[in-house]
Design a protein around this ligand. Structure first.
Ligand code: DAS
Length: 356
C-alpha cells in the first residue's frame, strides 16, 4: 500500500510523457491535404465481384482516408470534398475551381503536400493543367483507381496510400505535378490512360519518373519540360479558359466537325491527324481559311506514341500552323487553352509547345 500513491503518481507522469512524445511525433509529421473530386477511387459496386460494373463518385473523402489505417504514421492527413463527379464530366470551370483551391492550399505554411483523388478518364488532363498553372514547389499528386473500393483486389487504397506517401516526401517537390498509379510515379505532363480495363492503365511513352514501394520513393529520371515554379502561367491570374476543341482525323474524314467547331467560335483547333499529324488534302483548304480568319491550328496525332515533326508532312511554316510536339490531342488542348490566356501569336504558341 505504501507504494500505491507513489506508483500511481509515477504511472501518471509516465502516461503524460508518453502522450507528449506521441503528440510531438505527430507534430513532426508532414501535413497533407486530400482534395477529393470523385471517380472510381470513390466508387462502389454491388458486390466484390464487380470490378468494372459500379457507380463512380459515391464514397466521401473522410471514408477514403479512414480506409488507410497506416496513414497516420506517414502524415497528418485531412480531406476536402471539392466535387463528387465522374471525371468524364469535368468542365473547364471544374479545372479552374480545383486549381485555385490547390494554389491557395500550397501557399499555406501548414500544408506540406496535396493529393487530388480523381476519376481516371480525364485525370491526365487535370494533372497537366495543374502542372502548368500552380506555382508551387510542394508535391502535388493526382491519383485514381481502376477498380472501386468494394471490388476484390481493389487498387484505390494502395494508390492513395502511395499518393500520400509521395506528397509527404520532400524529394517529390519540384518535379511538377505527379501521378501515382500501380506502384509507379508518373509525370502529370507525360502520363495518359492507355488501357481502359486494367489496373496497369497509365503509361508515359517516356517512362515513369520513378516507383514507390512500401512508402519509399525510387527515382530514375526528372522532367525537362517547364512546370509549376518554372511556368509563365499562374492560376491566380486566370479567370476563364478560351474554347479549344479537337477534331479527329481518319480515312475519308469530312470537314463537318471542323466547320461546326469554327461556327461555335473556338479560338484554336487541335487536329488529331493520322501518322505524323497528317491532314487529308481535302481538309487543308478549310484549315487554311480558318487560320486566315484568326483561329489557331495545332497539329497533333491520333497515334499514341512519337511526336509530330514541324514541316515534315505538312508545310507548317507556310500555313502558319503549330505542332503539338509529343503531346496527345487531349494534352495539346489543355496547353493551348492555357497558352491562349497569354498570347494569340502563333510563333509564341509554338515556343510554348516546345517548352512545356
Ligand atoms: N468514369 C471514370 C471517371 O470518373 C471512372 C474512373 O475510372 O475513375 O473517370
Amino acid at each position: 500500500m505504501f507504494f500505491a500513491p507513489r506508483f500511481r503518481a509515477f504511472a501518471a507522469v509516465a502516461a503524460l510523457a508518453a502522450a507528449s512524445a506521441i503528440a510531438q511525433a505527430q507534430q513532426a509529421l508532414p501535413n497533407v491535404v486530400i482534395l477529393a473530386t470523385g471517380g472510381t477511387i470513390a466508387g462502389a459496386g454491388a458486390s466484390a465481384a464487380n470490378s468494372a460494373t459500379y457507380a463512380a463518385a459515391k464514397v466521401p473523402v473522410d471514408k477514403l482516408i479512414a480506409g488507410l489505417p497506416e496513414i497516420s504514421k506517414v502524415a497528418n492527413v485531412r480531406g476536402e470534398q471539392v466535387f463528387q463527379i465522374a471525371s468524364e464530366s469535368f468542365t473547364n470551370d471544374n479545372l479552374l475551381v480545383l486549381a485555385k483551391r490547390v494554389s491557395a492550399l500550397a501557399k499555406q505554411a501548414d500544408v506540406d503536400g496535396i493529393v487530388i483523388t480523381h476519376g481516371t478518364d480525364t485525370l491526365e488532363e487535370t494533372a497537366y493543367f495543374l502542372s502548368l498553372v500552380v506555382r508551387t514547389a510542394k508535391p502535388i499528386i493526382v491519383v485514381g483507381s481502376m477498380r472501386p473500393g468494394t471490388a476484390l483486389s481493389a487498387d484505390g487504397a494502395l494508390n492513395l496510400f502511395d499518393a500520400v506517401n509521395v506528397a509527404a516526401s520532400k524529394d517529390a517537390g519540384g518535379k511538377g505535378v505527379l501521378v501515382t498509379m500501380n506502384d509507379e510515379i508518373q509525370s502529370g505532363r507525360d502520363v495518359s490512360k492507355v488501357v481502359n480495363i486494367k489496373t496497369e492503365a497509365f503509361k508515359s511513352q517516356w517512362g515513369p519518373l520513378g516507383m514507390i514501394v512500401e512508402g519509399r520513393n525510387y527515382w530514375f529520371r526528372a522532367p525537362v519540360k517547364r512546370h509549376t515554379m518554372q511556368s509563365e502561367f499562374n492560376i491566380d491570374e486566370i479567370t476563364a479558359l478560351p474554347a479549344v476543341d479537337i477534331a479527329y482525323g481518319y480515312g475519308s474524314v469530312p470537314a463537318t466537325a471542323i466547320d461546326a467547331f469554327a461556327k461555335s467560335g473556338v479560338k484554336a483547333l487541335v487536329y488529331a491527324g493520322t501518322g505524323n499529324g497528317s491532314v487529308a488534302d481535302r481538309i487543308v483548304p478549310t484549315l487554311q481559311k480558318l487560320r486566315a480568319d484568326g483561329m489557331q491550328i495545332i497539329r497533333s496525332s491520333r497515334v499514341s506514341d512519337g511526336f509530330v515533326i514541324r514541316n515534315a508532312e505538312q508545310p507548317d511554316d507556310k500555313y502558319d500552323w503549330v505542332v503539338a510536339h509529343d503531346l496527345k490531342p487531349q494534352k495539346a488542348r489543355i496547353l493551348a487553352m492555357v497558352a491562349l490566356t497569354k498570347t494569340n501569336d502563333s510563333k509564341q504558341l509554338q515556343r510554348i509547345f516546345w517548352e512545356y
